[in-house]
Design a protein around this ligand. Structure first.
Ligand code: TTP
Ligand code: MG
Length: 396
């Protein structure tokens, strides 16, 4: 009989990511309090562990940080550069599992179930990955958490930071859960914690002393989620947002934005980049994804599966807008992205001018869009990327 493997999800999170990169590149910053931030927001993005000893943390106003640690080294973020490092780490991870979900610039989930024969025990895999990241990035460290479910893997990676490793198995996870403070559960925000504290809930064990029905009545979906997490249930799979052959584009905005009209302009810019990328590779995808990170760093993705695969900018844009319209925006957004996946190579000259007469109105529209894209791509190849900009970007 085939061996049944225990489910293992790994969460990897880089230590003091932006600050560690700056310390790596500037020998004189090593061992010193280094604070990154301040470009437009005026807040700390992150800081080195030396700076954390002064009480500095992410999202603190820079002026407050300067008061706490005037001798600190204050640096503006170099986002593009950090993104390149992030990509390199992502590439390393992809050699270990086909299921890699990059959850943010410095963290990823890997489904490592059943990889024992290839790479060893979960502990050995974690150590291998930590060593490879350290060597290939010239000294950056990562912390790893492993657990049978996603949210516990994430909590576990924080347990022994920096350069830490913490493993929970299906035998040990329930003891760990019993004493876990509810505010550690991703998705349980500050306000929710206050409400829960009011009714005597501080730890997961307290949650299980209350009925699920009561929690649902009082807190709705959030109540059910909390109960399930406390029971050790999290059915979310590791879903690669960027598959090996997916095309995506995203931007961390200079300023947090809540206005959907402006966000849609970003969707168009990204749809254009993604569409061009697909057309260059002769690919069409069926799944359109948008990714949104709110100012408070909560992240959501929404997907839509199309009847027919596409690489037309306007079709990608239209569906991305549909997905955005479905989201009630109650908080400002700091990052927005568009992705297309679910591919198939196109065999023939789909970009040539097709006969409209045999097509349904939907196909006809898609053909018109393909032809427009073809014209714009040709112009851009000749005169440069910014030579042609779609009218929608100028509309108010
Ligand atoms: P984190 O992983 O939360 O922080 P970190 O890697 O700096 O430190 P830790 O060792 O505790 O994991 O975030 C990753 C990067 O994202 C971080 O280096 C900078 C950026 N970031 C912000 O710009 N603003 C924020 O409020 C946070 C939390 C992170
Ligand atoms: Mg980190």
């Amino acid at each position: 009989m085939a061996k049944e493997f225990q489910k293992y999800i790994m969460h990897i999170d880089m230590d003091a990511f932006y600050a560690s990169i700056e310390q790596r590149d500037n020998a004189e910053y090593k061992g010193k309090p280094v604070i990154i931030g301040g470009r437009t927001r005026g807040v700390v993005s992150t800081c080195s562990y030396e700076a954390r000893k002064f009480g500095i943390h992410s999202a603190m106003p820079i002026h407050e940080a300067k008061r706490k640690c005037p001798q600190g080294i204050y640096i503006l973020p170099r986002m593009k550069y950090y993104q390149e490092v992030s990509k390199m780490i992502f590439e390393i991870l992809q050699n270990y599992s086909p299921l890699v979900e990059m959850a943010s610039i410095d963290e990823a989930y890997l489904d490592i179930t059943g990889l024992e024969n290839l790479f060893g025990t979960p502990e050995q895999i974690a150590k291998k990955i930590q060593t490879e990241i350290f060597q290939k990035t010239n000294g950056l460290t990562a912390s790893v958490g492993i657990a049978p479910i996603k949210f516990l893997a994430k909590i576990a990676s924080d347990e022994n930071k920096p350069h830490g490793l913490f493993i929970l198995t299906k035998e040990t996870m329930f003891d760990y859960l019993h004493n876990l403070n509810i505010q550690k559960i991703p998705g349980v925000g500050k306000k929710f914690v206050i409400e829960l504290n009011k009714i005597g809930i501080k730890k997961c064990a307290d949650v299980l002393n209350i009925s699920k029905d009561f929690l649902e009545k009082k807190f709705g979906k959030a109540g059910i989620m909390l109960y399930e997490r406390a029971e050790g249930i999290d059915e979310r799979e590791v879903t690669p947002y960027t598959e090996r052959k997916s095309e995506s584009a995203e931007t961390t905005l200079d300023e947090n934005i809540i206005d959907k009209t402006i966000l849609k302009k970003w969707l168009l810019i990204h749809a254009e980049r993604v569409g061009m990328g697909l057309r260059k590779q002769n690919l069409k995808g069926r799944i359109i994804t948008i990714k949104i990170k709110y100012a408070d760093f909560k992240q959501i993705t929404r997907q839509r599966t199309l009847e027919k695969r596409t690489n037309a900018t306007d079709t990608i844009f239209e569906n991305a807008c549909y997905l955005l319209d479905e989201i009630p925006l109650i908080k400002p957004v700091r990052l927005i992205g568009v992705g297309v996946s679910g591919f198939e190579e196109i065999q023939q000259k789909q970009c040539s001018l097709l006969d409209y007469t045999t097509q349904t109105p939907k196909q006809e529209l898609e053909t018109k869009r393909n032809n427009l894209d073809l014209t714009l791509d040709t112009l851009r190849n000749k005169y440069g990327l910014k030579a042609v900009i779609r009218g929608k970007l100028f509309e108010q």
